[in-house]
Design a protein around this ligand. Sequence first.
Ligand SMILES: [Zn+2]
Length: 413
Amino acid sequence: MKENQRYAFVLDNRGIKLSTTKEEKAWYKIRKGNAKLIQLKPMIIQLNYKVDNTDNSNIYVGLDVGETTGVGIVQKCKTRNKVIFKGEIKHRKDVSKLMEQRKNYRKLRRAEKRYRQARFDNRGSSKKEGRLPPSIKTRQDEIIRFINKLLKLLDINKVIVEDVSFDIHVLTSGYKPYKWEYQNTYRLDENTRKAVLMRDKFTCQMCGAVETRLEAHHITPKRQNGENTLDNLITLCSNCHTKVTGKEDDYKIIFYNKINGRQVGLRYAMHVMQGKNYLYKELGKIVREVEKTDGGTTANKRIDWNIEKSHSNDGIVITGLKPTKLDIYEYTVKPLRKKQKCKIDKELEIVQGDRVYYTLKYRKKIECYVNAILQSGTLAGYYKLKDYKGNKYGPVSPRSLRKIGSEKGISII
Ligand SMILES: [Zn+2]
């Protein structure tokens, strides 16, 4: 199978951000002595000459924010839309556990002291207006940290974030259903479908099943000119849907009564919205433009463009630019704790290209990256290092190394 494409970020000798290039081409430049390697994953090279006129514009970043955030970066070129980065940010999940742990440590510590009068109202910061719980704030901060890192390598024109699950206009009478590129009469607009499911609280209206494949059923079937509107659609699980199909007339009254007067609940989980508002505000400070889109529109486009559903693919679709090709490597972005107190977990084993701290004699610590890992001989498993000035070290034992993501605490693999 052909290896998926990876692009290298390119800087000129002054650090001006240039267009990305294929990794092979970047290696060619390094071999020819025209550039030096700054980082391996994702690859960054710096040319040793000046480049003036560059076309590094029209770069859109799409974010599908969730427990895992999908990221897609698409550049709108003259003849095609080039996907230059695709990846998933695997957010930390240990924050609330750690906060609880800290709370208990503090409690214990306090209990050990001699009796002191209880103090109230001494948690000022947790009552501050607009304060986000740490578990939510971390997630947003991780995204911002990642975007900040990208901004050093790319001129980002716009960041687009999926805001709500469907286009709210679907609820108004003047709503025009989404017009898909490949007209398919059987397909229901995803915005409408999502609105129906949300109105019925994601529950089958016949058997009450949740957490199963849910479908939107036309109460008056399309062959009887039933419309694609909210008052003609009801949520059924696929089993019930099969039972009803062909016998629509028997169920019409029951179904119409069920959904009569029912409204789409627009109250989202408050904490999700809180987090998003914080994200928009912070993103607005660092990028030129922040745009919002909705899940229905994304789903419609994804189906139109025949793209498989995944977090990172959704990130690409959210940019609104139809990718010309999708044979691109998927990166995993792993935000790290600012202070690595615990042992690094298995997932973060030191591999080639990682950035590490290497402790020299006299406890001098230097930042390097892993250039090679010896595979055979008596020193198998030992690491050869290089620092960013090109000095070589090693072979050294892995015990003398400590992995670092980057100065901003992100490891991209
Ligand atoms: Zn059912």
